[in-house]
Design a protein around this ligand. Structure first.
Ligand code: NIG
Ligand code: FE
Length: 390
C-alpha cells in the first residue's frame, strides 16, 4: 500500500476544480481545507474537519496551498552566459535572435555531463520555486548530434521535451539546406527523445512556409506541434498555429485583429511569457484584450539565457497582474491549469481526487500574495507526485 499524507489546516486551498469551489470563480477555492495524498495522486479534498487519517500529518497552519506550477515553455539545455547582452539591452541595445548563435557555440563545446548537471541545477531551482511540471526545448545544438543529445539530456528531467532544431539557421549553412536537415536527418535523430516539435517563426528565423513544412514533417514522425510566433514583429505565425489547430502558440506579443479572431475560433491557447518583455524592454502582450475576447491564456517562464533568464513562475504571475492587467486569479490559473492544457495534460494543474499530487504550500494566507509580494520567496513546501521535494 502506498503512503498517505494529509495536509490539514489549509486556510485557502486553490484546487482549480470549478465544481468544488464554494465561492464560484476560476480557482475552485476551499477554505479551512485538507487534502490527502496517496502515492503519487490526490485521494481526497475537503473541509479540514472531515479529513480522514493518514500515515503522515502536515499542518499548514492556516496558510495557502496551490497546485504546482506548470511551466510549459523553457529552453534549459544550454551552456554559457549572456549577461553582457542583457546589460547592453538595458542601456538601449535591442534584442535580436542573433544572440542564439552565441549560446549554440557554447552548448556544442560543453560535455554531456556539463549539460546534464546544468539542466539539473536549473530544474532544482524551478522546483524550489514551486514548478512541478516542466517542458524543456532543445534549440542550442542545431546539428544532428547536438540536437539529439540536447533532447536526451532534457528527457532525463521531463517527459515534455520539444525538438526546436528550427530555432535559427546556423551561420555555416543556407536556409534551404538547413530546413532539409531539420526535416530529415535531424528530425529522425531527435524524434525518439521528443514529444513536441517547435519552430521560431519570426523575421530573422523561419517564415510561415518553412514553419508549416517543419511542423508537417514533425507530425509525420509523431511529434505534436507548438510555435514561437509574433514575438518581435507582426506576422502570420499565430494564424498558422490556429489553422493547424495547435494546442498552444507562444509569445503572441504583436497581434493584429485577425490573429485574435483566429485564436478565438481555433481555441488555440496563447502562452504569454512576460519575463521576456521584462528582460528585453519590449511592450507586453495584451493579455486583457485576449481574455476579454475569449482567448485562453497560459503563462510560462521561457527560461533561456538570451531573452529571459528567470525560472520564477511567481515573477511571471506578478508581471502578468501588474503589467498585463490579468487578475491574480486569472494569472494563477494561467500558470497552473491552463499551462497543463497547453501541454495537452489534464492529470496536472488541478487538485482533485485522481489527479497528480503536485502541490505547493505558500508562506502566505492567500495565493494573491504571489503578485502582492513580488520578489519574495513564498514557497514553504513542494510535493511532487506525492513526495515532499522541498
Ligand atoms: O523564446 N524566441 C526564440 N527563442 C528564445 C530566445 C532564445 C535566445 O535568445 O537565446 C525565446 O525568447
Ligand atoms: Fe522560447
Amino acid at each position: 500500500m502506498s503512503t498517505t499524507t494529509v495536509i490539514t489546516g489549509i486556510g485557502e486551498l486553490v484546487t482549480n476544480d470549478v465544481e468544488r469551489g464554494e465561492e464560484g470563480g476560476l480557482l475552485g477555492i476551499v477554505r479551512e481545507a485538507a487534502v490527502v495524498l496517496e502515492g503519487a495522486r490526490v485521494a481526497w479534498v475537503g473541509p479540514a474537519a472531515d479529513a480522514p487519517d493518514a500515515d503522515v500529518q502536515v499542518d499548514a497552519g492556516g496558510r495557502a496551498v496551490i497546485p504546482g506550477f506548470v511551466d510549459s515553455h523553457s529552453h534549459l539545455v544550454f551552456a554559457g552566459d549572456r549577461s553582457a547582452e542583457f546589460e547592453a539591452r538595458m542601456t538601449g541595445e535591442p534584442y535580436t535572435a542573433g544572440g542564439i548563435r552565441t549560446t549554440v557555440a557554447r552548448t556544442r563545446a560543453a560535455s554531456d555531463e556539463q549539460l546534464t548537471s546544468h539542466v539539473g541545477r536549473l530544474v532544482a531551482e524551478m522546483r524550489a520555486q514551486g514548478t512541478t511540471t516542466l517542458e524543456i526545448k532543445s534549440g542550442y545544438g542545431l546539428s544532428v548530434h547536438d540536437e539529439a543529445r540536447s533532447l536526451a539530456v532534457a528527457r532525463q528531467f521531463t517527459d515534455e521535451t520539444t525538438f526546436l532544431g528550427a530555432h535559427v539557421v546556423p551561420a555555416d549553412t543556407t536556409p534551404e539546406d538547413y530546413v532539409d536537415l531539420v526535416t530529415g536527418p535531424m528530425l529522425a535523430a531527435a524524434a525518439p527523445h521528443a514529444r513536441w516539435i517547435d519552430v521560431f517563426c519570426e523575421d530573422g528565423a523561419f517564415d510561415v512556409d518553412q514553419a508549416r513544412a517543419i511542423l508537417a514533417a514533425g507530425a509525420d514522425s509523431g511529434l505534436r506541434g507548438r510555435l514561437h510566433a509574433n514575438q518581435l514583429t507582426y506576422g502570420g505565425g499565430v494564424r498558422l498555429a490556429c489553422e493547424l489547430g495547435l494546442v498552444a502558440v507562444d509569445h503572441c506579443t504583436f497581434l493584429a485583429g485577425d490573429d485574435v479572431a483566429a485564436l478565438v475560433s481555433s481555441g488555440t491557447i496563447a502562452t504569454l511569457l512576460p519575463g521576456v518583455e521584462f528582460s528585453t524592454r519590449q511592450p507586453y502582450p495584451d493579455a486583457r484584450g485576449l481574455l476579454d475576447a475569449g482567448v485562453r491564456i497560459a503563462l510560462a517562464s521561457d527560461c533561456n539565457p538570451g531573452s529571459c533568464f528567470t525560472s520564477s513562475m511567481a515573477l511571471c504571475i506578478a508581471l502578468a497582474v501588474r503589467e498585463m492587467r490579468m487578475s491574480p486569479a486569472e494569472a494563477l490559473h494561467a500558470a497552473t491549469a491552463v499551462g497543463a492544457a497547453a501541454l495537452g495534460r489534464d492529470d496536472v494543474g488541478v487538485l482533485a481526487p485522481g489527479r497528480a499530487a503536485d502541490l505547493v504550500l505558500l508562506d502566505a494566507p492567500s495565493y494573491v500574495h504571489l503578485a502582492y509580494r513580488p520578489g519574495v520567496p513564498l514557497v514553504a513546501g513542494v510535493w511532487q507526485a506525492g513526495r515532499p521535494v522541498l
